[in-house]
Design a protein around this ligand. Structure first.
Ligand SMILES: Nc1ncnc2c1ncn2[C@@H]1O[C@H](COP(=O)(O)OP(=O)(O)O)[C@@H](O)[C@H]1O
Ligand SMILES: CC(=O)OP(=O)(O)O
Ligand SMILES: [Mg+2]
Length: 399
């Protein structure tokens, strides 16, 4: 009987899942997503050819989206045996530097990390908890966004706060590590010089961060203690002056819930544009819009997003003492040629020379032959990283 591995990649606004056939060369059988909307959720699945086989829209009164997904998966098992499940878990804290089998004790330790990632951690743990309820013996593996950054030096970990906070775990961790693992492995295979050199990876999706990869290891990253740090994002501000938060607390009486909502859900591209957190929609709106005020706020949101990327590239290039490579990945990094062109136009001082045509067609290498820095576009694949991690935990007979 054919065996499959199920992988969950839960993000801030969506639950993505992939079913891999691991009989021979692992192959994607199904890939789908649950997306949350204000009035409910949508559920869609693509088959192995990429064709859409499910496209449903549910309301908030329908069963919980995760239950719906798990019921759908068991109804469509088609005689295949589920061998294991892999999960992207956002926070592994200071202790988990590699994938781990999820046991009740591990689950408790991961739940205890919720204060460090209050929105992401419960969401990323939810599928594991739901599956453990009805298949307690099934192999489930937690793969951490934080693990890749265990190599960053002590200096980059410390926050300049009183020491007592460090003991409580208030230090820098970094995120998006599964995506960085994938891109680093791709570089090792197709561009070993960049892998071994000083390369910045720009993971620009709904959440966004940069990783300074030096000698194949994470040296520094823009997200720190939480997934709120660093770059501007879809709905998150990224780095802001903490004085602004003190102001909100003092002048508006803002409490924890308000600040969480403002910082995680209402800021970033959405907050500045007043229109959307979705880069694609903003680009389209800019072309179609007639209202000068909306054109102004949308243009500013796009420009500020780029400006923050440029600023942080400068900072991380300084930490690495130079730059050999720059890799764009994730939804915006892989698809938005305008953003890549505008960012690279400001990096001439580092020796970046963009090949406009290669960039427009999203080629793998988008810098010119004379460029001192090789600029690449590399589609990320967090699911493949997780699938391999699950395979590594299986006995040879199972795999
Ligand atoms: N063709 C495109 N052009 C510009 N932006 C795009 C394109 N395709 C996707 N994006 C943007 O990528 C972002 C989502 O990235 P993704 O990596 O899928 O995020 P996540 O995994 O965090 O949900 C959204 O802002 C979306 O608009
Ligand atoms: C850590 C993080 O920001 O994740 P995402 O990009 O999925 O929101
Ligand atoms: Mg993602």
């Amino acid at each position: 009987m054919a065996g499959v591995i199920l992988v969950f990649n839960v993000g801030s606004s969506s639950v993505k899942f992939t079913v891999f056939d691991v009989a021979a060369e692992p192959e994607r059988l199904l890939h789908g997503e649950i997306e949350h909307h204000t009035d409910g959720f949508s559920f869609h699945v693509n088959d192995r050819t990429g064709a859409r086989c499910v496209d449903e829209r549910m309301t908030t009164s329908d069963p919980h989206p995760l239950d719906h997904l798990l019921q759908w998966l068991s109804a469509h098992a088609e005689g295949r045996t589920l061998l294991g499940v892999g999960h992207r878990i956002v926070h592994g804290g200071a202790d988990f530097s590699a994938p781990v089998k999820i046991t009740p004790a591990v689950m408790d330790r991961l739940e205890a990390l919720t204060p460090f990632a209050p929105l992401h951690q419960p969401a990323t743990l939810a599928p594991a908890r739901a599956i453990a309820r009805y298949r307690p013996d099934l192999l489930q593996i937690a793969c951490f966004d934080t693990a890749f950054h265990h190599t960053i030096p002590e200096m980059a970990r410390l926050l300049p706060l009183p020491r007592r906070y460090e003991q409580k775990g208030v230090r820098r961790y970094g995120f998006h590590g599964l995506s960085y693992t994938w891109v680093a492995q791709r570089l090792q295979a197709c561009d070993p010089a960049l892998y071994a050199g000083r390369t910045l990876i720009a993971h620009l999706g709904s959440g966004a961060s940069l990783c300074a990869l030096k000698g194949g290891k994470s040296l520094e990253t823009t997200m720190g203690f939480s997934a709120l740090d660093g770059l501007m994002m879809g709905t998150r501000a990224g780095l802001i002056d903490p004085g602004a938060l003190l102001y909100m607390m003092q002048e508006e009486g803002a409490g924890w819930c308000t600040l969480v909502d403002v910082l995680y859900r209402q800021s970033g591209l959405l907050g500045v544009s007043g229109v959307s957190s979705d880069m694609r929609l903003l680009r389209k709106r800019l072309l179609d819009e007639k209202d000068p005020e909306i054109i102004r706020t949308v243009s500013q949101a796009l420009s500020l997003f780029e400006y923050r990327v440029i600023e942080e590239i400068g900072a991380l290039a300084a930490v690495m003492e130079g730059l050999d490579g720059l890799v764009f990945t994730a939804g915006i990094g892989e698809h938005d040629s305008v953003l890549r062109a505008n960012v690279c136009a400001k990096l001439g001082w580092l020796g970046v020379k963009l090949d406009a045509q290669a960039n427009a067609r999203h080629a793998s290498i988008i810098s010119t032959a004379e460029s001192a820095v090789t600029v690449r576009v590399e589609p990320t694949d967090e699911e493949a990283v997780i699938m391999r991690d699950v395979l590594a935990f299986m006995t040879p007979q199972q795999a």
